[in-house]
Design a binder for this molecule. Sequence first.
Ligand SMILES: Nc1ncnc2c1ncn2[C@@H]1O[C@H](COP(=O)(O)OP(=O)(O)OP(=O)(O)O)[C@@H](O)[C@H]1O
Length: 373
Amino acid sequence: MLIMIRPSGEIALKSPRSRRNFEYTLITNIRNIIGEGKLWRSQGLIFLEINNDNINDLAQKLSKIFGIASFSPVIVTEFSNLQDIIDRAKQIFSDIVRGKIFAVRAKRVGYHNFTSLEVQRKVGEALFPFSKGVDLENPEIEIFIEIRNNLAYFYHENFKGPKGLPVGIAGKTVVLFSGGIDSPVATWMMMKRGAIPIILNFNLGGNVHKELVVNELNVIKKWSGGHKIKVFIVKGTDVLIKLSQIDRGNRVVMLKRIMYRVAERLSERVSAKSITTGESLSQVSSQTMVNLYVTEYGIKFPIFRPLIGFDKEEIVEVARKIGTYEYSIKLPEYCAISTKARTSVELNEILQQEEKVNLDYDKILENSEFIEI
Ligand SMILES: Nc1ncnc2c1ncn2[C@@H]1O[C@H](COP(=O)(O)OP(=O)(O)OP(=O)(O)O)[C@@H](O)[C@H]1O
């Protein structure tokens, strides 16, 4: 089976050099996920030739590879004149249009002594006797013919890809991953823009919490373009004990600040250039603008919050689509940190209390558990 893969439109707009890099990364990711077959680039498209004839199985996998806009199983023919194309189209599609209202769509690249419109008309005429009729506006089935120089590609199925950019082209980001609904979605959105996530989780609920995080990451892994996901699990309860020394109203922001600090250290170690969180503005008390300002004060990496303008319903919709929602809702309440924070903490107060708590962030990281998914 031959599959024509159309990269995201955004990739085509890049300079030739970037475009080549993006396409090569996409090819590597496809190879890692599919694990067999031959892949090559041709005029802005990617082709995959594979022995497996199960398109549904393949479509499941390709539809989760970022950087793919759409894909179609195609039949390719070399031709020397329009009649060759008409004959081949008849062979391929007469059964497929049987009893259906159809339309032919043709595209052409290169020099030919016929137009795309002529191809549509002539192939339409040839298939008409087998069909229930033609309707260009509302067909039951569409027949596509893409002519590129002396090759014609025939297909009638078009599967959607997830668009975005191939995972890997943007470098690494350390994701503060709670296991709740939001941070898995934030991870997915960063992957969609080409970032490789390095996961940092503060375990606040023992094995139950860990298992949940691992389950979610197994789902997310399906979208990673074959990249392994590195996970650092910090024993969050040790940090919580330290927090008992400070004001109750400041604890949530302080815990977040500690998470950012450890994420900062991890970013240095793994050469990530940003930190990602699942925060969205004003969602809970720790996510007011003031509290976000205080939380990230002095952190040397940019903090990316891809969900900042999303409301909960929109986040849930994405979580359901990617498949993490069913796990996230099982996260016990004690693993979330967003209870009872002051909506507006004082920066100086927090900085003083941070000194008092005096944590060794490197040590916290060194004592973390590392797994790879
Ligand atoms: N235990 C944790 N380990 C790592 N990061 C965390 C943890 N708890 C929270 N975070 C980070 O802080 C963000 C905000 O968490 P918070 O609990 O305040 O809100 P939330 O909206 O419930 O987020 P989520 O749905 O991701 O748990 C999370 O999206 C995540 O990036």
